[in-house]
Design a binder for this molecule. Structure first.
Ligand SMILES: [Zn+2]
Length: 510
């Protein structure tokens, strides 16, 4: 039998906890722990089906006040969305991110907080009108929450029992919480090693995913020796327009790699651009509507870049474009302000006084009223609206109004998470339920996956192939189970010494 003291001494000096984005693509969150420091990497929101979303209410797996620093890979909500909740729960230490990410995260978190407050208000109004139904719903939500708590890979380390969770109708966080979180951000430069906690440094390297996105190389320096842990974050693709290519990493003791597109290969870029052009031409000929659900950050700027390119090249007729996402417009402004992160092609365009992320005469709709008026506008027309998976935002009302219209083409230009309305439509649903109404699907539905901001499997493997020193362990994260299962044997085949447990709960980095 080992004495407790000896057991503690035998414990690994570095422990890594996988708290989200393990068997799914949302809720990214990892805790790196040494005997003298605790650092959280990403603090993302779970998104998608109600089953996923309830996981946001599961208490943090650690004591927020005991964390020394938070490192943020990029501004997408599934990586930063729970930060104000963490701050509302007592976290007060620095949050490190690249400058572009700091600016984009401000946009994302304030928007998210506003949505949280609005949803809570509407839930409370509903509860006041229908107390019995609200009570029954709360009970069902509590049951879901209890299930999520026990199913969650991190449940074993959580302290609070689900029965202790109250305030289901309260917002997860408020605008005040978001502002308090934003005050903790410290902007870092790409490639500069920054001390973030006792014995721990972090270097942010361009991940080529969206503006300001980073791969984070964490070095732990302890008496037992140094360990380098690389978090890929969301890894972009070579030759993505506007932003630079993902930085090549050649060594790590431990590697966490995303696997969103495990087992899948994107269409070649030229094919994706051709399909976009074809959809524009068809819409023009049919005097129809081309509706593109798009993430406000990254994808919208790329789609506008491509549409502008097609138009300038004379490949498509000029069809009026409505940019129906105030958030996307603000994100575009932030992109413009950080042109120093752009790749050579985009900088060359700017040097020639071209505006690479603008479409001539694009109509920007500010109010919800303007948004609804788009459907009455003269056709043909194109709309880019958020959000990308049709789980909320202005796109939902457009889909609701137009899903039964055969002259409408619903064009998916981004990833559709399991269980989302977007995924249902993409998979060929013949009817959908929106706001309690069953609607027949009569529009055309098309998909282009060649515009992904994520590396596909060959690109992930190529990036992994740059490692001259093989990681002791490669952890496959940020992927649905099928993608991880497809990806794992190929990662193993790259080097027999590698182990890659997908969906791990905790790992001792010896
Ligand atoms: Zn992302």
């Amino acid at each position: 039998m080992t004495a407790p003291g000896a057991a503690a001494a035998m414990m690994a000096a570095v422990r890594l906890h996988f708290l989200g984005a393990t068997r799914t693509v949302t809720g990214s969150q990892y805790l790196l722990e040494t005997d003298r420091a605790r650092v959280v990497i990403d603090c993302g929101m779970f998104q998608g089906s109600p089953h996923d979303v309830i996981r946001n209410r599961v208490p943090f797996a650690y004591e927020p006040t005991a964390i020394d620093a938070l490192l943020l890979t990029h501004a997408h909500l599934d990586h930063c969305g729970l930060i104000p909740h963490l701050v509302g729960s007592g976290f007060r230490k620095p949050i490190y991110a690249v400058g572009g990410t700091v600016d984009l995260t401000r946009l994302v978190l304030l928007d998210s907080a506003k949505l949280q407050e609005e949803a809570a208000e509407s839930h409370q109004r509903f509860a006041a009108r229908h107390p019995d139904r609200a009570a029954a719903e709360d009970e069902a939500t509590m049951a879901d929450l209890a299930a999520a708590t026990t199913e969650d890979p991190a449940a074993a380390t959580r302290n609070a029992p689900p029965a202790a969770i109250t305030g289901l109708r309260a917002p997860l966080y408020t605008v005040d919480d978001a502002n308090a979180a934003l005050a903790l951000f410290q902007s870092v430069e790409y490639g500069v090693e920054v001390p973030v906690a006792p014995g721990i440094t972090a270097t942010f390297l361009d991940a080529g995913h969206i503006l300001g996105s980073a791969i984070i190389r964490v070095v732990v320096r302890e008496a037992q020796g140094d360990r380098t842990i690389v978090f890929s974050g969301d890894l972009g693709r070579p030759d993505t327009p506007i932003i630079r290519d993902p930085v090549t990493v050649t060594s790590a003791d431990y590697l966490l790699i995303e696997s969103t597109y495990g087992g899948r290969t994107h269409e070649p870029e030229e094919e994706a651009v051709r399909m976009l052009g074809e959809a524009v031409k068809l819409t023009a000929d049919a005097k129809g509507v081309l509706l593109m659900p798009s993430f406000a950050i990254g994808r919208t700027q790329e789609i506008v870049y491509r549409l502008n390119q097609l138009l300038q090249a004379g490949s498509v007729p000029r069809v009026p474009l409505y940019l129906d996402s105030p958030m996307a417009q603000r994100a575009t402004d932030i992109y413009r302000a950080h042109a120093d992160y752009f790749d050579d092609d985009a900088r060359a365009l700017i040097a020639r006084h071209d505006a690479p992320i603008d479409y001539p005469g694009a109509a920007v709709t500010a109010s919800a009223k303007d948004s609804l008026a788009i459907e009455q506008a003269a056709r043909p027309l194109m709309v880019v609206a958020s959000n990308g998976m049709i789980t909320g935002g202005r796109i939902v009302q457009h889909v609701k109004a137009l899903v039964g219209d055969p002259a409408m083409t619903l064009l998916f230009v981004g990833y559709q998470g399991e269980g989302t309305l977007g995924a249902r439509l993409q998979q060929g649903a013949t009817s959908v339920r929106i706001d309690g109404q069953d609607l027949e699907v009569r529009c055309q539905v098309r998909s282009i996956d060649g515009f992904s901001a994520h590396a596909d499997e060959p690109e992930l493997l190529a990036w992994l192939g740059n490692f001259a020193t093989k990681p002791r362990t490669t952890f496959i994260v940020h992927g649905d189970p099928a993608a991880q299962a497809a990806f794992e044997p190929k990662v193993r085949a790259l080097a027999s010494r590698r182990r890659c447990p997908p969906g791990a709960r905790r790992s001792d980095l010896t």
